[in-house]
Write a protein that binds this ligand. Structure first.
Ligand code: ZN
Length: 322
């Protein structure tokens, strides 16, 4: 498919985790959070690069802001909103959820939500955990998110990884029934399944490092079954000139590989397909449900065709049924 070809009719989801290059988990052991103010910040310029690239393709997405960033650069939050994107929450201090107590998680989430909402006055409904860190050991976080007014989450990666992931979790969007009788819509990032294993596709380092043919295969596979790929990226991934942090080799490989190719890779992805933010996916789902109800086919309404196995059951099984 060339860049001149018309875009596929299927719409996908675009998401950006707005954080600075020194706030990532890969270097958390080397960068003291209390010293973040001392680092030369590049998040504003890098987020403008993302915004300009999205504008060129008329692509709209969801921007999950780190609260610390939103508080220091409220004009950036307003700029993202003014360009037609959705604002959402990526924690305040970018700490892994599984390293926090429930109270610490609740306080961090409140602080972040408030900082982002203060910038624009617009309510924030979506959450993404730092480093996909809602795992089977901290599913209580979903209950807290629902209690704090969030309607959806995109934090559970259905893969094996040394830092994150729930390998048996569902690969497509589903409604999570919280322990407190509330619900939360869950949007997993895209994976391809081969030989009984889920492989991450079309996001962050996987978009940067894997061949473009693999990313294209992910889109085509999802489109065959009418599913939406959830693409994610970080502003620092479009910044090959960022200062280098001398972390462990594995961290440097994950963070720095192919930074100079990311802009072109994204440009190609955006030229081929249409993208929307999570809030539009939710609105379309609600509209479809209302249309079915008002057409008198209430008995045909399927609120969630992907509820086959609640995540609590999966977690229980993964723990050996204990
Ligand atoms: Zn992050």
């Amino acid at each position: 498919m060339s860049k001149q070809d018309p875009k596929s009719n299927q719409t996908h989801v675009l998401s950006v985790d707005v954080e600075d290059y020194f706030q990532v988990e890969a270097f958390a052991g080397l960068v003291d959070r209390k010293g973040w103010d001392k680092w030369p910040s590049r998040v504003v310029a890098n987020t403008y690069r993302v915004l300009d690239l999205f504008d060129r393709h008329n692509a709209k997405g969801t921007f999950f802001f780190v609260g610390w960033v939103a508080e220091r650069f409220p004009h950036l939050v307003r700029e993202v909103q003014s360009r037609g994107h959705e604002l959402a929450c990526h924690s305040y201090w970018h700490r892994t959820v599984y390293s926090l107590t429930p109270d610490e998680f609740r306080n961090d989430t409140r602080q972040a939500k408030q900082a982002i909402e203060n910038a624009t006055g617009v309510a924030v409904n979506g959450y993404r955990a730092p480093s996909w860190s809602i795992t089977k050991s901290c599913l209580w976080a979903l209950d807290i998110l629902a209690e704090e007014g969030f309607t959806y989450d995109s934090s559970i990666y259905p893969i094996h990884h040394d830092l994150y992931g729930v390998p048996g979790a569902q690969r497509f969007p589903y409604t999570h029934a919280c322990a407190n009788e509330l619900t939360l819509r869950e949007f997993p990032p895209a994976t391809l399944r081969f030989l009984g294993t889920n492989f991450p596709a079309a996001g962050g380092g996987y978009l940067r490092i894997f061949p473009s043919a693999f990313t294209e295969l992910a889109f085509r596979t999802f489109e065959k079954s009418g599913e939406q790929v959830v693409v994610y990226l970080h502003p620092w991934e479009l910044d090959p000139e960022q200062p280098r942090i001398r972390g462990p080799l594995k961290s440097r490989v994950r963070h720095y590989t192919n930074l100079k190719h990311m802009h072109n890779k994204l440009d190609t992805v955006l030229s081929r397909r249409k993208f929307q933010p999570f809030k539009d996916v939710l609105a379309e789902g609600a509209a479809a449900t209302i249309a079915q109800l008002s057409s008198g086919h209430a008995s045909d309404v399927v609120i969630d065709e992907h509820i086959s196995e609640p995540i609590h059951t999966i977690a229980h099984r993964a723990e050996g049924g204990r």
